[in-house]
Design a protein around this ligand. Structure first.
Ligand SMILES: Cc1cc2nc3c(=O)[nH]c(=O)nc-3n(C[C@H](O)[C@H](O)[C@H](O)COP(=O)(O)OP(=O)(O)OC[C@H]3O[C@@H](n4cnc5c(N)ncnc54)[C@H](O)[C@@H]3O)c2cc1C
Length: 380
């Protein structure tokens, strides 16, 4: 019998597999023919995320900042001397991480889809190819995780929808990406135009209530004259706000399956890579003491919460506030963000913890004044 069966050969599953396969018998089930396809990611990550991945993916570009465009056309440039983010090819990152896990001894079963599992003295997993018995199961099966749903009423608090296209356009400023805020292109979220040399990655996310995001992407592409230059297009959804639980008897969740996504940016790799080593430590201990009860595994949730829970909760509170802003509020925010003192705070923005700078900015006197109409609206 296997020690661990991991459902999902994406980055969270492969990071867990590489770690646990050092001293355990690990099987990874992946429904696609390989890791990394289809791509559902802008590939914008920090150096810290690359370090935590344990591999060296191809870097498409290095970014030093962003141009934020408000609904009235005002733009504010936030930039620093050091690299803020790298743009990577997600399919390359995912396949390198799977290779590293295989090199550590994990077995990957591609084109095998997890269907369900039952828990008793061990776990019986039913798949498209038959099944497996295993001592424990890890759900790393992404945003629509079936393993997460096996733990009862366990959907994410909210889904947002994302869509993006690579267009054959060379952006004039290769070290800045551009973001649009407002209801024209991205109600409830923002757009991105990421320069990648001879192409640009153009995408956006929207709140679920805004309907399918294709209409907004078409508008963004048309307004910029990109619509005849499309190379590829892909879409996906992102779970934000967390799930009710991330553990059960003989079962742990990580990555999108655990709802570990930064609510302000939609970035999932940083929280997944922070939580997964904790999952491996707790599971390793439970396997060696042969106590895989939900109670024993609950230590995972307490530990990841104390590491990243505060940032995720603060991010979700800010997201809910953001969703209440209308274009007029955003225009006022744009005026406020143009102030030198606020801009210099924004220059410090850390991609991995954007809510920390947002919190500092909210503490400025001017921000509180600007927030009064919004606060009144929230009360009504
Ligand atoms: C448009 C868009 C842009 C994004 N941009 C960024 C970004 O720039 N930076 C960032 O950090 N994050 C970004 N994200 C979020 C990021 O892509 C996810 O958080 C990340 O992929 C989560 O990794 P994961 O391993 O948990 O899940 P996934 O990458 O989704 O991997 C899950 C794997 O499980 C497999 N699977 C699912 N169900 C089954 C099953 N039943 N049986 C077998 N296998 C199964 C899937 O095929 C997949 O390979 C973006 C998301 C979207 C939609």
């Amino acid at each position: 019998m296997r020690d661990v069966t991991i459902v999902g050969g994406g980055p969270a599953g492969s990071l867990a597999a590489a770690d646990l396969a050092r001293d355990h018998d690990v099987l990874v089930l992946e429904e696609h023919e390989s890791s990394g396809r289809p791509v559902q990611c802008a590939g914008l990550i920090s150096d810290e995320v690359i370090r935590m991945s344990g591999v060296r993916p191809d870097i498409l570009n290095t970014l030093h900042g962003a141009e934020v465009v408000f609904p009235d056309g005002r733009s504010v440039i936030v930039r620093s001397d050091w690299p803020k983010a790298r743009v990577v090819d997600r399919s390359d990152l995912d396949s390198r991480m799977a290779d590293a896990a295989m090199a550590a001894g994990a077995e990957y079963s591609y084109s095998e889809k997890y269907i369900s599992h039952t828990v008793g003295d061990h776990v019986v997993v039913t798949t498209s190819d038959g099944g497996h018995t295993t001592r424990s199961i890890v759900g790393a099966d992404g945003h629509s995780s079936k393993v997460a749903m096996s733990l009862g009423d366990n959907g994410p608090r909210e889904y947002i929808r994302g869509i993006q296209a690579d267009v054959a356009v060379t952006a004039p400023h290769q070290d800045l990406f551009r973001i649009h805020l407002g209801s024209r292109y991205a109600p409830g979220f923002f757009t991105w135009e990421i320069p990648c040399g001879d192409f640009t990655r153009v995408g956006l996310c929207t709140s679920w209530s805004a309907g399918p995001p294709m209409q907004y992407l078409k508008r963004l592409l048309a307004d910029n004259g990109y619509d005849s230059r499309i190379i590829t297009m892909y879409s996906g959804k992102i779970p934000v706000g967390g799930r009710r639980t991330t553990y059960g008897d003989r079962c742990l969740l990580t990555g999108d399956a655990a709802g570990l996504v930064k609510p302000i940016s939609g970035g999932g790799l940083y929280p997944a890579f922070k939580a997964t080593p904790i999952l491996c430590r707790v599971l390793r201990q439970a396997l060696s003491s042969d106590n895989l009860s939900g109670k024993a595994l609950s230590e995972y949730e307490s530990a990841w919460r104390s590491e990243i829970g505060k940032g995720l909760d603060r991010g979700y509170t800010l997201r809910r506030l953001f969703c209440r802003l209308d274009d007029g509020d955003l225009i006022r925010a744009g005026r406020y963000a143009s102030r030198d003192d606020v801009r210099s705070e924004l220059d410090e923005l850390d991609l991995d913890d954007p809510s920390a700078v947002m919190k500092r900015i909210m503490c400025h006197g001017g921000a509180l004044l600007a927030a009064i109409p919004l606060g009144l609206r929230c009360l009504i």
